[in-house]
Design a protein around this ligand. Structure first.
Ligand SMILES: [Fe+2]
Length: 283
């Protein structure tokens, strides 16, 4: 039996999955996995390395970390899914991967409030603007902005026992004119975790592990597609080599220095559609 007859036989064995979409995905997965093995004439040693690598990734996966999601991020898979699922004009804010540090149930904070506790180090930035309907340009009242960012030590609150619970996370609502305002920290570049197998991959590829400085946002409103995005700092060199391939021209913020703090005006455009919410990697 040659390789392609063999692949056919395996596909046949999985051809009775009732859900047509799941059936198609499983058939395609088998074909592509077999093609990968064939194309590269995978050796037994390489196969041993593969399943051991996956087992080691599992060891680095727990409630507050998902090494598989991180692998998908650094291989560009997560951002590719965003690109394929959201076609928008270049003039609108782009979709970004949600990333491994999103945590659900961040507290609602008052308009203009800070997401950082008072004793959190870092330069403050006032971020304000509008959430608007991208077909009419009209403001959207009661849209929710769910935001999170790392501290200046590069760590999210869940990675850092010295930060209070839910530090640098918060939800804000737009007013009747679609306006929002909040205070965040000037964002800091940080490395993705490199102590696991994904770190080994980055090292052999001579890729730096840094994410350019950014602030995460999920912007939602009823009857609109939920916008998952990140704001980067215009002029930051690391955006060209973002380890997870997310930073792009339609996510740049023009941060302006004002005495002891910065200000950023930034509008988010939403498209009519079904309002959904991403699964949080951290519960
Ligand atoms: Fe992040």
């Amino acid at each position: 039996m040659n390789g392609s007859d063999f692949t056919h036989r395996v596909c046949e064995a999985y051809s009775k999955i009732e859900n047509p979409r799941v059936n198609a995905l499983v058939q395609s997965l088998i074909k592509h996995l077999h093609a990968y093995v064939q194309e590269n004439s995978l050796t037994e040693k390489e196969w041993e390395f593969t399943w051991d690598f996956l087992a080691r990734m599992a060891k680095f996966t727990h409630e507050e970390r998902n090494e598989f999601l991180l692998a998908a991020d650094v291989l560009g898979v997560s951002q590719l899914i965003e690109i394929l699922n959201h076609h928008r004009p270049e003039s609108e804010v782009g979709y970004a991967l949600v990333g491994p540090f999103y945590r659900e149930n961040a507290p609602f904070r008052a308009r203009g409030a800070a997401i950082a506790s008072d004793d959190t180090a870092g330069i403050r930035v006032k971020i304000y603007g509008k959430v608007i309907d991208d077909s009419t340009g009209k403001p959207i009242a009661n849209a929710v902005l769910d935001t999170w960012q790392a501290a200046t030590n590069g760590l999210y609150e869940t990675q850092d026992p010295n930060q209070p619970d839910m530090n640098l996370r918060g939800k804000f609502k737009t007013d009747e004119n679609g306006n929002y305002e909040l205070v965040a920290l000037m964002p800091t570049p940080y490395p993705v975790p490199t102590d696991g197998p994904v770190g080994e991959l980055l090292k052999v590829a001579h890729r730096h592990p840094l994410r350019p400085a950014h602030i995460h946002f999920i912007v939602s409103a009823s009857n609109y597609e939920t916008l998952i995005t990140q704001i980067f700092v215009s002029g930051d060199d690391i955006v060209k080599t973002d380890v997870v391939f997310t930073a792009s021209d339609n996510m740049m913020g023009n941060f302006v220095k004002e005495n002891d703090h910065y200000e950023l005006q930034y509008d988010f455009q939403l498209t009519l559609g079904i309002s959904t919410y991403p699964e949080a990697p951290i519960k």
